[in-house]
Each structure stands twice: as structure tokens, then as C-alpha cells.
Design a protein around this ligand. Sequence first.
Ligand SMILES: [Zn+2]
Length: 79
Amino acid sequence: MNLYYLAITYDICEHNHFVEEMNEYRLDPNVEIEQQLIKLAKKDIVPLIKVYQSMTNDFKEVTLYKEYIFKEYECKCNN
Ligand SMILES: [Zn+2]
């Protein structure tokens, strides 16, 4: 069974109750997921990536697979 993975990057500021969807990326099934996500988080500078999986490559029906947090990219405002 083939599974397809879609990653969506999110920019978040908890202080301003701000969440913005940034970009969508189709993941390469031949590369370890976490490796790809580390690069995407760095590229978009985002603290959250949600990964969705689908049985079909058109992503008509997706289920949430996992959420990955990147503490190093959390917003730096402190008030
Ligand atoms: Zn903030």
C-alpha cells in the first residue's frame, strides 16, 4: 500500500493569537520524513509543521499523520 504525505508549514505567534498557514509541500516518499521537515522548517522559519497522509496522490481525502514542533523557530516576542 502506498501512502502519500503532504506537509503544511505554519507560522505562529501565541502572544498575538496568530496562526498563518504558509506553504504546502509534497514529501518525497524515498526520504525520511523528519529529515525533510527539518529542512522545510528552516526554509520557512516556522515552529509547526502538520503532516497529512493520503491513500491517493491527489490528496482528496487526508488524515492528520503527525504534528512536528520546532522550538528553535518559535516567535521571540516576550510580552
Ligand atoms: Zn509572538
